[in-house]
Design a protein around this ligand. Sequence first.
Ligand SMILES: [Zn+2]
Length: 343
Amino acid sequence: MRAMVLRGPNTPFEKATVPDPTPGPGEAVARVITCGAGLTIQHVKAGRRKTSFPRIIGHEITAEIVALGAGVSGLKLGDPVTAHFYLFCGHCRYCLSQLEPLCLNGRGNVGIECDGGYAEYIKLPAHVFIKLPEALDYKAHPAEAGVITDALATPLKVLRRADVKPGETVAVIGAGGGLGIHQVMMAKWAHARVIAVDTAAAKFDACRKAGADEVVDASRGGVVEALKELTHGLGVDVVVDYVSTTATLEAGAQALGPRGRLVILGGAAQPFQAPALPMLTKEQSILGSRYVSRAEIMQALDLAARREVWPLVTVLRPLEEAEAVHELVERGAVTGRAALRVA
Ligand SMILES: [Zn+2]
């Protein structure tokens, strides 16, 4: 099969022909139509996230099942699928509680600890595949269908993690990023008042279009003051930090109002200090949020199938142009999400 292979950290993709995967017991193989190209896998390509090489990266797939291993149930040939990002076991106490990213027997991530979607075919444990809902027209919109697993599902999970209620004010730090802009969109869908915070003024129009009521330019500092001013001195109800540097996390904590919640996701994940007294007197919370459950992906797919929300894919190029697309991702030059067309 055709594949774009990485031979080492921080090296260009190599266009290669590699053996077609065959499914072992409990596994399935799918023919890839599109695969999302996001920052998570750019970290792998750039060597910031360790893995073994050679490696085929990519996990935000839209694909069709073409082969089933022994003992697989729940999937049949021709089923349209996407995939969960985690190689979870499916039977530990966390998997059974629909908290698959916390799996006690996890074997890593799709496209990092095993080969992923930058190839004609992808082989995974069958339970890691997720069937697309019939109402989602994946043939007309394969790139959108594939990125929903992260772009819409992650913000949906954050809304629940922070228990965002209609009318609350949600500030999104890194709102211009691939996940941030979808967090803006999803917070608006949840009837929150949304404040987009970013340093890239070029992304502000897109943030407004996605539903931001206000935009704060963080490039000049003064984020805490701006958020306080926009909330009549009270502070915001929820800060979602997709950047997670020391500076953004400390600003986020200081900008919280009574019962405020700070949600920490990926990004730089740097250490930070939060003031204990206001956390106590204002009953504030700090929450970590790690990817999504299988169920949350299915719910996000259903939301998109009903067109309540729709992911923003602005770059779709052939698989062979992976290198150029990843350069855009590395530079933060993609509005919304990028994807590669495989078939
Ligand atoms: Zn498990």
